[in-house]
Design a binder for this molecule. Structure first.
Ligand code: ACO
Length: 336
């Protein structure tokens, strides 16, 4: 999916971003008291040092609303001007109503249509692409895209294979068409999925296949399950294919990127991607040391921080790349 097909239409641009993480920090030493692990193991295998954990009152909806409010304030856009709220999440507040509608109510964005989008850790990039279609088509003028996750709510805190990897947080972006004709915005996107790998990363219970019962809870089927090594292999392969595809489609060389903003799952996965794309280490943005894997919130939180830190400026080329359960994967090349 490239901008070629809509070359004579205005670009879809990010007007502003927002981010929210809970105050509570859980570091690797805290985890040593919960499961049989060590700070050294977690740092060397993943690069994660600490993550944020939401309080009981904090949900994907409340965190998403905080991030969205900040993005709207920075864009100077009132909640009433929002036409569409898309929330990417695998930890919705509840099966229904959508977390997007929870966020809409918190913001008072009552002129907006709302829905959730689920493509796990690739979810924000999928949602970005969906939001862009509504702008290109002229259906809507202002779209709020949010990635929000309370991963701590689906973790088995006795499983060291998974509980050390994830954290809670939210990020948001306000999308509009560029009416000035000066910005390129979203340039090319590759989305992909392979449902044959569904079982290597899932929360098997709690849906229509295994509705929650005493037995499903006793078997821990409402918790996240993962075959880490399988996911690792697919992650590197699929992100590299998606990222290379997005660059090729746009005719952009990897060396021209100011920043790669990859899904913040594991530092070694990111390094393998950087090596395969032939990028320099200063071309990649990493904040997983402080937040762990926040799934759909990961890349938009990283973009927000990259801009905050001055690592990315208006006019710079950057690329999102992500992978997650599904399996699903995605990459988007953008001019900020
Ligand atoms: N502390 C100490 N030991 C641990 C821990 C831990 N927290 N977790 C696992 N181990 C042990 C295992 O029990 C195993 O021990 P064994 O060999 O005695 O059985 C051993 O460490 C596993 O070691 P490795 O296979 O060498 O671990 P690896 O280098 O593969 O790293 C990891 C594991 C970090 C999970 C890696 O495979 C990975 O990052 N995979 C991708 C995971 C990922 O990104 N998931 C998110 C997807 S995004 C989404 O959609 C939600």
């Amino acid at each position: 999916m490239s901008r070629k097909a809509v070359a004579n239409q205005a670009a879809c641009v990010i007007e502003a971003t927002g981010m929210y993480v809970p105050d509570r920090v859980l570091n690797n030493h805290d985890l040593e008291k919960i499961v049989d692990t060590s700070d050294e193991w977690i740092r060397t295998r993943t690069g994660i040092v600490e993550r944020r954990i939401g309080e009981a009152s904090e949900t994907s909806g409340t965190m998403g609303a905080h991030a969205a409010r900040q993005a709207l304030e920075r864009a100077g856009i009132a909640p009433q001007e929002v036409d569409l709220v898309i929330c990417a999440t695998i930890t919705p507040d509840m099966p229904f109503p959508s977390t997007a509608s929870v966020i809409q109510a918190e913001l008072g964005a009552f002129n907006a249509a709302c829905f959730d989008m689920e493509a796990a850790c690739a979810g924000f990039i999928y949602a970005l692409q969906i939001g862009a279609q509504f702008l290109y088509s002229g259906t809507y003028d202002t779209v709020l895209v949010i990635g929000a996750e309370k991963m701590s709510s689906v973790l088995d805190w006795s499983d060291r294979n998974t509980c050390v990897l994830f954290g809670d947080g939210a990020g948001a972006a306000v999308l509009r068409r560029d009416e000035t004709g000066t910005r390129r915005g979203l340039i090319s996107t590759i989305l992909g999925a392979d449902g044959r790998y569904g079982s290597i990363l899932s929360v098997p219970g709690g849906g229509s296949k295994l509705p929650p019962t005493v037995e499903t809870v006793q078997r821990g089927e409402h918790f996240l399950k993962m075959s880490g090594a399988e996911v690792y292999k697919q992650a590197v392969l699929r992100m590299q294919q998606a990222a290379s595809g997005a660059l090729k489609e746009a005719g952009v060389a990897a060396g021209d990127l100011k920043l790669l903003i990859p899904h913040q799952a594991n530092r070694r996965i990111i390094q393998a991607l950087v090596d395969r794309l032939g990028l320099r280490d200063d071309q990649v943005f990493i904040n997983l040391d402080r937040y762990g894997n926040t799934s759909a919130a990961s890349v938009i939180m990283a973009l927000h921080e990259a801009v905050e830190q001055g690592a990315l400026k208006r006019g710079d080329l950057f690329m999102f790349a992500a992978f997650g359960a599904g399996l699903s994967w995605a990459a988007s090349l953008m001019e900020y």
